[in-house]
Design a protein around this ligand. Structure first.
Ligand SMILES: Nc1ncnc2c1ncn2[C@@H]1O[C@H](COP(=O)(O)OP(=O)(O)OP(=O)(O)O)[C@@H](O)[C@H]1O
Length: 181
């Protein structure tokens, strides 16, 4: 997949100018850059939520995402949230259990870090060509983060990934290549 010469302005604000990104099949890219540099804008263009002003791109249709916000159905259990769009219950259970989540627990009784892990499990349960993690481990303690990182690595092995983080240690641990914008 690739993005080539992508430009994007919001009114007078120039956010992206001739932005390039190539990702090989199975490659894990970490996208870094200061707040407001345009990382989420790039992801929104990749996901089709924003139109670029200029440029070319080739992006797979099957994309699975962890957004910055959890975007869960609060009144449903962990397993129902993960299986809402996907019927592979066995895989969903396996991933939720590896992430230390009680599958029957209702989301509205969960801590922030537990909700984050449900959002992660939902993303990893989907079969996709490209996985996007936008600050997916934000708010997790170090031990939980290490477990979550190893689960992400296990289930994205051989698949293309864009991982956005401000944490250089996370980036170095995960990346085949770090892209700074
Ligand atoms: N819909 C929009 N309308 C106007 N300006 C926008 C819009 N979306 C983003 N921007 C602006 O584009 C710039 C890049 O925003 P973006 O959210 O892509 O940054 P980011 O690198 O993801 O930041 P952060 O690390 O804080 O999440 C910012 O100046 C932001 O204010």
């Amino acid at each position: 997949m690739f993005l080539k010469n992508i430009c994007k302005n919001f009114g007078e604000t120039e956010v992206l100018k001739d932005f390039h990104l190539d990702i090989a099949e199975g490659e894990h890219i970490v996208l870094m850059g200061k707040s407001g540099k345009g990382k989420t804008t790039i992801l929104n263009i990749i996901m089709g939520f924003e139109e670029p002003d200029n440029g070319e791109m080739k992006i797979p249709n099957e994309i699975s995402v962890v957004f910055q916000e959890d975007r869960l159905s609060e009144d449903f259990s962990a397993i129902s949230n993960v299986c809402l769009m996907k019927s592979d219950v066995l895989l969903a259970k396996e991933i939720l259990e590896k992430l230390g989540i009680d599958i029957k627990k209702c989301v509205n009784t969960m801590s922030g870090g537990q909700k984050r892990r449900v959002a992660l499990a939902r993303c990893l349960t989907r079969d996709a060509k490209l996985y996007i993690f936008d600050e997916a481990l934000k708010g997790l303690d170090e031990k939980t983060k290490a477990v979550a990182m190893s689960v992400i690595r296990e289930y994205t092995c051989g698949r293309s990934v864009i991982f956005v983080t401000h944490d250089i240690n996370e980036a170095k641990e995960f990346a085949d290549r770090i892209v700074e914008i």
